[in-house]
Design a protein around this ligand. Structure first.
Ligand SMILES: Cc1cc2nc3c(=O)[nH]c(=O)nc-3n(C[C@H](O)[C@H](O)[C@H](O)COP(=O)(O)O)c2cc1C
Length: 431
């Protein structure tokens, strides 16, 4: 795997002892004021930004089966997540027509399986054959509203996600009615609770698109990526909206992934520039089978390997001056199963980390044996003495001499800045 952080984090013995002690004692439950505790004990400010929304910590639930009802959202609030992205709704127009209706499939069976990466790294993937939200739009709106109400006292941000119409090659027309109706209805709900804050939204380009005819041509994918933002923004107008493009892993090669990122950064202008990126949704294997369906999305070590490698390539090209710098905020997704991998995304400029699979492992995979999987995952992600984010932040702070006042967002900005020596420090890992 293309990683910069090898071996054990280089931190003081006392910090290591403290992490080992916390990792052990928080097995029975995380501190109720997690961020405050981390600030006092480790002088680390865990706050960050998702897009430009302030989040209390960088860990979020990625859109999917674990954010499709309000009890899941409540649990995530109680157990300390920084943000939750809701299951993707399939866009519809005022008459209820959904051009992407083939994505509104009810899940029948979902299993968490072990998977081995190309480099023999062991990991996990979730297999299923459902896709987007399969209840009505009205029910989604109710769920969205309930989630906003639940989350507000916890300072946790709830973000809708949508799969809007995308024209296939030769189709030409964009069904703007879906953009207008779906966006406006979502915004009505949002504005009842946050009248002065623009609504954030993720535009879901599903990995299963990679296996559909729609995505067969590189040209059409670039067309989607460079046009879709203005359709969403126009639909929201005159109200402001914060649009995150959730980039997908196409079945084309890594060079094309880079082309996708470059197209977003270099070809979008004015209203068409997204506010942030989510990088990047799962891989698609046209030959992988599940429950009688051939061709499914998958995750695991190959997903983070590909994402980290493409983002590294982007940053290295920027650093050499070969391409313009992409300063769009990034929310990282894809096999974030440890703080070490989260820190790898951070080094490539990600200021938040969103996960699905890691919240779904068999209970025995977590050290904490009480509470829900969100808290169990957070214990590992934060406090694991070798693999946790705190250990790696302490390591990076020492390496780069980061001031203790810096929060995660500030660190991500530093990593994004080509003139900083993030990559030179790790030259051996790059050769
Ligand atoms: C069962 C399942 C359902 C998902 N549904 C959605 C979805 O509706 N919309 C979306 O944008 N991403 C969806 N995803 C992708 C996740 O949000 C996430 O980006 C991806 O799985 C990579 O993160 P992970 O490796 O932590 O699972 C889904 C993933 C899984 C495993």
């Amino acid at each position: 795997m293309f990683t910069l952080l090898q071996g054990q984090p280089q931190i003081d013995g006392s910090q290591r002892t403290s992490l080992a002690r916390d990792y052990e004692r928080f097995r029975s439950g995380l501190p109720s004021a997690l961020e405050q505790y981390v600030q006092e004990q480790y002088q680390i400010d865990l706050s960050s930004e998702y897009g430009d929304l302030l989040i209390k910590n960088p860990f979020g639930k990625a859109s999917g089966q674990l954010s499709l009802n309000s009890s899941q959202v409540r649990r995530d609030c109680e157990e300390g997540l920084g943000f939750v992205v809701l299951k993707s709704i399939i866009g519809e127009d005022a008459s209820g027509t959904q051009s992407m209706s083939e994505w509104a499939i009810e899940e029948t069976r979902m299993i968490v399986e072990r998977i081995v990466g190309k480099d023999q790294t062991q990991g996990w993937t979730v297999s299923w054959k459902g896709r987007g939200w399969y209840d009505t739009f009205e029910e989604y709106l109710e769920f969205f509203e309930e989630s906003l109400v639940i989350a507000k006292p916890f300072s946790l941000h709830v973000v809708p996600s949508c799969k809007y119409h995308l024209p296939s090659a030769g189709e030409g027309q964009w069904k703007t009615g879906e953009y207008e109706y779906t966006t406006r209805r979502l915004m009505e709900v949002w504005q009842r609770h946050y009248s002065h804050v623009p609504m954030p939204i993720e535009k879901d380009f599903s990995p299963t698109l990679a296996g559909s005819n729609r995505a067969a041509h590189a040209e059409i994918i670039i067309h989607w990526l460079t046009r879709v933002t203005s359709f969403i923004r126009n639909a929201a107008s005159p109200s402001p909206i914060k649009i995150g493009l959730k980039v997908f892993n196409a079945i084309l090669d890594d060079a094309f992934q880079l082309e996708m990122l470059r197209a977003i950064n270099e070809q979008c202008s004015g209203q068409g520039v997204p506010d942030f990126l989510v990088y990047a949704n799962r891989l698609f294997d046209p030959n992988r089978e599940f429950d009688g369906v051939r061709g499914i999305a998958y995750g695991g070590p190959d997903l983070s390997a590909r994402n980290l490698s493409v983002l590294a390539e982007l940053r290295l090209l920027e650093r050499s001056g070969a391409i313009p710098v992409c300063r769009l905020p990034i929310s990282g997704t894809g096999n974030i199963v440890s703080g070490r991998i989260a820190a790898e995304y951070l080094l490539r400029g990600a200021s938040s980390f969103q996960m699905h699979t890691y919240f779904q492992l068999p209970s025995g995979e977590y050290t904490m044996q009480t509470g829900g999987k969100t808290a169990r995952a957070l214990l590992e992600l934060c406090f694991h003495p070798d693999e946790g984010l705190l250990a790696w932040l302490l390591h990076l702070r020492r390496l780069f001499d980061w001031p203790t006042e810096w929060n995660i967002k500030r660190m991500a900005d530093f990593c994004m800045e080509p003139s900083n020596d993030v990559w030179a420090e790790h030259a051996s890992a790059l050769s």
